[in-house]
Every structure is written in structure tokens, then in C-alpha cells.
Design a protein around this ligand. Structure first.
Ligand code: HEM
Length: 317
């Protein structure tokens, strides 16, 4: 059977490719001849993916809790995929920066919208039982969540708000000791680090400090300042950065906070958080006042950060 010109043209190109590398083309054609056709389930490793849920208790709703955390981590991975490209692309154009920020915003908006799965999707009685088998693990220990924050802003903006001014020109290592999240995992009674925090730092401290040093001039806030300086910043870019600030520092934390209120709020006393911390005082965005791009907000907006949203949460439940 003669080959049609399209196939002949490809065979010639293939031959050139293999010859250039000193390879024997017929041997590779044999390989093609015996190879199986690709299937959907092999391509995305479906069986492996679906085997990654290992509940610690017999409560059926624990599986929902595991899968939703896994879904969130996959979205975080998508966000980091864009963070890396923004930080590493040189020269960085305003268009590329804006387009990739839009992607990250879409991911976070999908997460915020789906958080109802955690708020309404499990039985409180089951949750309160199975969570005791998970101690001292906590979503607090999500390394990817903190990596996204490190890419998103200058490290100083992740320092506890009371220490930001004092440590503005301190080293990354020094600032690291005062990051906002330490207050979310310090024992109320003793002031000591919780086991949740100790384990988290043992695994990730080095990675966080390395990334913070590497992105001093390439985190999104530094890149914004650079583009502004060059007269390349645009309204669209600044809108996407504002959207990111709200998505990561207000809307997602707030939908997450709703789930803590839903499951851990019981009159007359709060149910203890994983680390024995006061989550009511730690989690709300208005108390933490994490802001990635202070130069894009008015003084009034900074002063009232997260307030209007927080006031709705308890009323809605
Ligand atoms: C029923 C659902 C949930 C409840 C009741 C809950 C509760 C809490 C509490 C009380 C904290 C404070 C730290 C601690 O003591 O552990 C926390 C922190 C955290 N959780 Fe959750 N959580 C839930 C779901 C999730 C999910 C699905 C994720 C996704 C990865 C997540 C990620 C985080 C993160 C990143 C923090 C640290 C927040 C910060 O430092 O501001 N949580 N969570």
C-alpha cells in the first residue's frame, strides 16, 4: 500500500530526527507497533488518585474531609504553578503578569465558592468525633498555602502586624521568627510553641526561608513596585492584585472561618482548636490584617480590613 504524501512527509521528518541523534528508526517504529493505546485512567493516574484517601476512623464523613483537603491542595498546586512562572519569567511583561494573576484569582474564587462543602457537607457530631483521631495535624500545616503567600508579597507583610514596623529592615531569618502564623499555634496557657507548629517548622522552615530570600526582588509586590517605577503598571494589573489580596486574605479565610464557627462553636464555651489556641481571636481576617499590597489600598480600607465581612459570618449561621 503506497503512503499518501502526508505520511511520507512525516516519515522523512522522523528519519531526520532519529538520524540526527544516531538512532535506529525501525527499532522505534517497532516500539510504536507494540505500544498500548493511552487510556484516560492511565494518563491521569486515576487509580492512584482514588486510592489516596485513608480515613483514620469508621465515620463516613471523614472521607469528605480528606477529599476536600486534597482538592484544596491541588488548587494550591495550580496557583503555585503560576506563582513560579511569574517570579521566574524574565523580562516580565505587564500582560503576562496580569493574565497569570487572573488564573490564580480564578482558583481561589473556586475554592471560596466550594467551601460550603466543609460548612454544610458533614455532620457536626461525626466531625467532632473523627477530628480527635487526627490530632495534632491541622490545615494550619499546609506548606503550599504559605508558599503562595511568600510568592505574593514582601516577607515583612507576613510578619505579625504589631511587629511589622520594628522589623521592616531586619533579615528574613529574623522576620521569620515573628511571622503572623506563630500566634495561631502558640499555647495560650504557657506561650510555648504547639506540637502542630514545631512539626510544621521542622518540615518547612528551611524551604520558606530559602524561597523568601530568593523572591526578595521577584515576589508580586516587588514586581509591582518595579513595574510602577518603569511606568509599566496598569489599572488591570492593579485590579488583579487587589482581587488577589481580597481572595487570599479576606474571602478564603472567611469561608474557612465559617467552617470553624460551624463545627467548633458551642455555647457556652468554644471547642478547643487543634493547637489549643484561641481560633476565634486568630482566624478572622480583621484581627490578622494580612495585606499583600498596602500601596493599592486607602488608609480607610486598611483600617477596616475584613471588618464588614466578618460581621456577617456569625449572623449567617
Ligand atoms: C471543618 C473544616 C475545618 C475546620 C473546622 C478548620 C479549623 C481550623 C482551625 C481551628 C484552625 C486554627 C489552627 C488550629 O488550631 O488548627 C485552622 C487553620 C487552618 N486551616 Fe482549617 N479547618 C477546616 C478546613 C480546612 C480546609 C479544607 C483547609 C484546606 C487546606 C484548611 C486549611 C487551613 C489553613 C491554611 C489554616 C491556617 C490559617 C491561618 O494561619 O490563618 N482548613 N483550621
Amino acid at each position: 500500500m503506497p503512503f499518501n504524501p502526508e505520511i511520507e512527509e512525516r516519515l522523512t521528518r522522523l528519519q531526520e530526527k532519529y538520524e540526527a541523534m544516531g538512532q535506529d528508526m525501525p527499532a522505534y517504529l517497532d516500539g510504536l507497533l507494540y505500544a498500548d493505546f493511552l487510556t484516560y485512567w492511565d494518563y491521569i493516574h486515576l487509580d492512584t488518585l482514588l486510592s489516596l484517601q485513608s480515613p483514620k476512623t469508621p465515620f463516613p464523613d471523614e472521607e469528605i474531609f480528606i477529599i476536600y483537603h486534597q482538592i484544596t491542595e491541588l488548587y494550591f498546586k495550580l496557583a503555585l504553578h503560576e506563582c513560579k512562572q511569574i517570579a521566574e519569567t524574565k523580562p516580565l511583561s505587564t500582560d503576562f503578569f496580569t493574565t497569570r494573576l487572573k488564573r490564580i484569582n480564578n482558583y481561589f474564587e473556586a475554592l471560596t465558592q466550594s467551601f460550603g462543602i466543609m460548612v454544610d457537607g458533614m455532620e457536626k457530631e461525626q466531625f467532632l468525633k473523627f477530628r480527635m483521631s487526627l490530632l495534632p495535624a491541622s490545615g494550619f500545616q499546609s506548606g503550599q498555602y504559605r508558599l503562595i503567600e511568600i510568592y505574593a508579597t514582601d516577607f515583612i507583610n507576613l510578619v505579625s502586624k504589631d511587629k511589622r514596623e520594628e522589623l521592616r529592615s531586619a533579615s528574613i531569618e529574623n522576620q521569620f521568627e515573628h511571622l503572623y502564623w506563630k500566634s495561631g499555634a502558640t499555647e495560650l496557657a504557657t506561650g510555648k510553641k504547639t506540637l502542630t507548629l514545631k512539626q510544621f517548622e521542622k518540615k518547612y522552615a528551611k524551604t520558606f526561608i530559602e524561597l523568601a530570600n530568593a523572591t526578595t526582588h521577584h515576589n508580586f509586590n516587588a514586581l509591582l513596585q518595579q513595574l510602577k517605577y518603569e511606568g509599566q503598571s496598569t489599572i488591570q494589573l492593579e485590579d488583579e492584585l487587589r482581587r488577589l489580596d481580597i481572595n487570599i486574605n479576606v474571602n478564603w479565610p472567611l469561608s474557612h472561618y465559617k467552617s470553624a464557627v460551624r463545627y467548633l462553636h458551642r455555647e457556652p464555651e468554644e471547642i478547643k482548636a487543634t493547637g489549643g489556641t484561641n481560633w476565634q481571636k486568630y482566624l478572622p481576617p480583621r484581627f490578622q490584617k494580612r495585606i499583600f499590597y498596602p500601596s493599592l489600598w486607602t488608609e480607610d480600607q486598611i483600617e477596616n480590613w475584613g471588618k464588614a465581612w466578618v460581621e456577617h459570618v456569625l449572623k449567617d449561621l
